[in-house]
Design a protein around this ligand. Structure first.
Ligand SMILES: [Zn+2]
Length: 237
């Protein structure tokens, strides 16, 4: 057992939702970053005070779609991987009794405002977007989860970070993938959502080992189960 894995195990035992570690690596993500713009202060969402807490609504967003294929390595398309993943996550969450809505359930183009608009209009409990990573360095590896550290809505930022920690912890626990940590980001779908919102980068398609895993339905099932377990843990704590 590697020493680093031993210490990771210690951290996992000591924290309910693993915060992860961040290691800078050159990674060109296929996610559109949008510059910051000023916006009015939102109403504060404290999930624990929400009237429909007893029946949480989870929005699952499969990244890319239609003409926007996302990353492509060999014959593997990010838009297909992300959709397969959210369909698997949906199945597990519904078995656990959650209401789940997908921003897309097949191969169609969706704008970022449309994706967030679905969640905001439905007054969803949480928003979870799923993507896969790519980098010029084939050694780049691991999973990471982004949230938006809003200074205007600190309670939403805090909830989003907690959600990110829960999901990352369970993904790593289920798959033994390398953790790149929970990261602050200024991604549209996280910034513009009214509710706690995260964006998962579920591994590097450009890493031969990770791509090999991601081609496996069994592995993707484990990853999806980890995401669902993390969401379940967040909604129950
Ligand atoms: Zn992507």
């Amino acid at each position: 057992m590697r020493l680093s894995i031993f210490f990771l195990g210690l951290v996992l035992m000591l924290t309910p939702c693993y915060a992860g570690t961040s290691r800078p690596m050159p990674a060109a993500r296929a996610v559109k970053r949008v510059s910051v713009r000023k916006r009015p202060v939102r109403r504060t969402h404290l999930i624990r005070n929400r009237p429909h807490q007893a029946h949480p609504l989870v929005i699952l967003d499969a990244g890319h779609g239609g003409k926007d294929r996302g990353a492509k390595v060999e014959s593997v398309l990010e838009k297909r991987l992300s959709l397969t993943t959210v369909l698997l996550v949906k199945r597990v969450l519904e078995e656990l009794g959650y209401r789940v809505v997908l921003t897309r359930s097949h191969d169609v183009s969706l704008t970022l405002p449309r994706r967030v608009g679905i969640a905001n209009k439905m007054d969803a409990t949480i928003f979870v977007s799923v993507h896969y990573n790519s980098a010029s360095n084939p050694k780049a590896k691991g999973v990471e989860v982004f949230f938006y550290p809003s200074k205007k809505d600190t309670s939403r930022a805090k909830e989003s970070k907690h959600l990110a920690n829960c999901v990352l912890y369970q993904m790593v626990d289920n798959t033994s993938m390398y953790s790149r940590g929970v990261k602050k980001g200024n991604l549209y779908v996280n910034r513009e959502a009214d509710m706690p919102s995260i964006l998962i980068e579920g591994g590097f398609m450009t890493n031969p080992n990770e791509l090999s895993n991601l081609k496996s339905r069994d592995f993707l099932g484990k990853l999806a189960q980890g995401i669902a377990r993390g969401i379940d843990k967040y909604l129950k704590t």
